[in-house]
Design a protein around this ligand. Structure first.
Ligand SMILES: [Zn+2]
Length: 295
């Protein structure tokens, strides 16, 4: 299996997978239940999500380990099973990918604030992310993606923990909102500042995921690109979630999102996938569009 850089050189733009949470919900995951617990209790359902993205043509798929840090798993009383849950998550995606896709294992926010804002020390945070990253590497992941981060300090801690405990490439993507002063994370960090800080902290890839849809992602890629030459990874949501008749609906269709791929690439994106509300159909449309644009 070629390393991600070789793949990126060959394809110019790599297509990553789409949403996992929304796909697991379609398979019966009840709201409020830990998706990661399914790596142990319902591995076939988890495998079918991974496989659906590989079959859609994604060159990079993630893992069902977004909430697999000890602090996050403690909220569902599973902190004693961090190793097993993350190892299995990586193994399931690797099995589904076979030689067709690379597996970047997902690490999401801990759900806690770091001191002095919160009660968790930096050391505890680093230890937890390190334990998760180590298990993901043991499960065979080709890389790690620290994603949906809203606090730059936590993102850097997770990045450094993954770098210390594994030899894998690490991508870090943060979530930005657009306010009156432009784009910023929930904690107030601007995209350019994030790109510089994460590059300095050793990230191999930086980017943005989640958020308000693909148009904002184009603007975000321009801002990140103005501050770094690292490969940029983006996973936009299929628009903002809307509540219709008690159900969460995402409005951006595969065709609509794929029609913006060219603009995303021109803005600087190198890896394009989807976040909440995107499906295998979105990934298939991205692949088709990429092949049309780049041959
Ligand atoms: Zn999302």
């Amino acid at each position: 299996m070629a390393f991600w850089k070789t793949w990126l050189e060959k394809k110019k733009v790599l297509i990553a997978d789409g949403g996992w949470g929304t796909e697991l919900q379609k398979r019966g995951l009840p709201p409020g239940e830990s998706p990661e617990a399914w790596n142990i209790s319902r591995p076939e359902e988890v495998r079918s999500v991974a496989l659906s993205y590989v079959e859609a043509g994604a060159e990079i798929i993630l893992t069902n380990t977004f909430g697999g840090s000890p602090l996050k798993l403690a909220k569902v009383k599973l902190e004693g099973r961090v190793g097993e849950i993350n190892r299995r998550g990586a193994e399931i995606s690797k099995q589904a990918a076979a030689d067709r896709a690379l597996v970047f294992a997902s690490i999401g926010p801990s759900g806690e604030f770091m001191a002095p804002l919160g009660t968790v020390s930096e050391g505890e945070m680093r230890g937890g992310f390190g334990e998760q990253a180590k298990a993901l590497a043991e499960g065979g992941a080709d890389g790690i993606v620290v994603e949906t981060m809203m606090d730059l300090a936590e993102a850097k801690t997770a990045l450094q923990a993954a770098k210390r405990t594994t030899s894998l490439p690490v991508a870090v993507t943060m979530t930005f909102n657009h306010g009156p002063k432009g784009f910023a994370t929930l904690m107030g960090a601007r995209p350019e500042q994030v790109a510089v800080a994460l590059e300095k902290a050793g990230a191999d890839i930086v980017g943005a995921n989640c958020g308000a849809g693909i148009d904002q992602m184009i603007d975000l890629m321009k801002l990140l690109r103005s501050a770094t030459l690292l490969p940029l990874w983006c996973k936009p949501n299929a628009g903002l979630p809307e509540l219709v008749d008690g159900k969460t609906v995402y409005r951006e269709t595969p065709e609509m999102m794929a029609s913006k791929l060219k603009a995303l690439v021109q803005a600087g994106a190198n890896i394009v996938g989807g976040c909440c509300g995107t499906t295998p159909a979105h990934v298939r449309a991205f692949v088709r569009e990429r092949n049309l644009l780049l041959g």
